[in-house]
Design a protein around this ligand. Structure first.
Ligand code: NAD
Ligand code: ZN
Length: 342
């Protein structure tokens, strides 16, 4: 089969011929139809310091996918051949206290497909049946291929009650934009999103119909006044990993405001803790998505009118994967989807 592999410990990914994976008794074989390129895949392509210490070589990359089941392990009785599916890319252990308590997303033994284990950028993927998420007929393969990052957005956005609340999102990358759409869908009052990239702010306004704020030219305090808020935003979703964005968020929140942090800063970043203490803010770090609560919630929202389809800005046949990575690296794309049937 074709597979997009990290074959050498240097910049790039390579399309190789690899054996179709053999499945274990509790696994299924998935024929991949569409995959999404994640920021993580770009880190692996670039072979940055994080990738060098994390990713074994050679490794088939990729973890955002939609496909259909073509083979069942002998213990798998609750899935059927032909079932369209996506799936959770975190392979959890069953030994930790968190796992045994059912908090699978907090299992410290988790291993990621396409990061630690063979991934989904291939014509076929072996996956534990436990990780499979069946796709209803009304959810397309394109959307199925971006459920993983939509899950990050949903899990972060639903960290705090935001019904009737004013929500500030920092970072209009694909995940920030999808979080903005989720916040609106879930019943927030005002939703504003910041970035320094005009193209991404335009995309945010188009996909999520929220107030874009270019913090290179506009002051959030003016936006607070314009929207008629007395003190500031009630809930903050940090989705840029940028220090300045977090500082601005702390200033723009009300006393007692709540912040969920998904963005990953490049290194240690200084925080003005006294501002957080005196504003009595609540901070919550967010990793991944809840297994499988977030999956149920996002599929239900998609079936009830949540529309994030316009966040997909580029589609390529898989042989043009380099164009897809170039679009991601340009910083001007939303989600980029590769078609494995072309
Ligand atoms: P992305 O890099 O595409 O988007 C980040 C955006 O932040 C960019 O559009 C950038 O222009 C913007 N930005 C830069 N400086 C800014 C500033 N001062 N103010 C406002 N915005 C600014 O990332 P993404 O794929 O949308 O992911 C969002 C973040 O979440 C990333 O940091 C990513 O690493 C992280 N992430 C975390 C998890 C997790 O499990 N915690 C999972 C997936 C992604
Ligand atoms: Zn991802």
């Amino acid at each position: 089969m074709k597979a997009l592999e990290k074959s050498h410990p240097k910049e790039g990914l390579w399309m190789v011929q690899a054996p179709v994976p053999e499945i274990g008794p509790d696994e299924v074989l998935i024929k991949i139809n569409k995959t999404g390129i994640c920021g993580t895949d770009v880190h692996i392509w670039n072979w940055d310091a994080w990738a060098q210490k994390t990713v074994p070589v050679p490794l088939i990359t990729g973890h955002e996918f939609a496909g259909e089941i073509v083979e069942l392990g002998r213990n798998v009785t609750d899935l059927a051949i032909g079932q369209r599916c996506s799936g959770e890319g975190h392979l959890i252990g069953h030994h930790s206290r968190q796992s045994r308590a059912g908090k699978f997303h907090l299992d410290p033994e988790t291993r990621g497909i396409g990061v630690n284990e063979q991934g989904a950028f291939a014509q076929y993927l072996a996956l534990p049946a436990f990780n499979v998420v069946p796709l209803p007929d009304d959810i397309s393969d394109d959307i199925g291929a971006i459920l993983d990052p939509l899950g990050n957005a949903v899990h972060t956005a639903l960290s705090f009650d935001l019904v009737g609340e004013d929500v500030l999102i920092t970072g209009a990358g694909p995940i920030g934009i999808m979080a903005a759409a989720v916040a609106r869908h879930a019943g927030a009052r005002h939703v504003a999103i910041t970035d320094v990239n005009p193209g991404r702010l335009e995309l945010a306004a188009k996909v999520a119909n929220v107030r874009p704020v270019n913090v290179a030219h506009e002051d959030l305090q003016d936006v607070i006044a314009e929207l008629g808020m007395r003190q500031g935003f009630d809930v903050g979703l940090e989705m840029s990993g940028n220090q300045a964005a977090l500082d601005q968020m702390v200033e723009a929140l009300v006393m007692g405001g709540r912040i969920a942090l998904l963005g990953i800063p490049p290194g240690k970043s200084p925080v003005d803790w006294s501002r957080i203490v005196f504003k009595a803010l609540t901070l919550k770090g967010v990793y991944g998505r809840e297994i499988f609560e977030t999956w149920y919630k996002m599929i239900a929202m998609l079936q009830n009118g949540l529309d994030v389809s316009a966040v997909i800005t580029h589609r390529f046949g898989v042989d043009e994967f380099a164009k897809g990575f170039a679009a991601m690296k340009s910083g001007d794309s939303g989600k980029v989807v590769l078609d494995w049937n072309q």
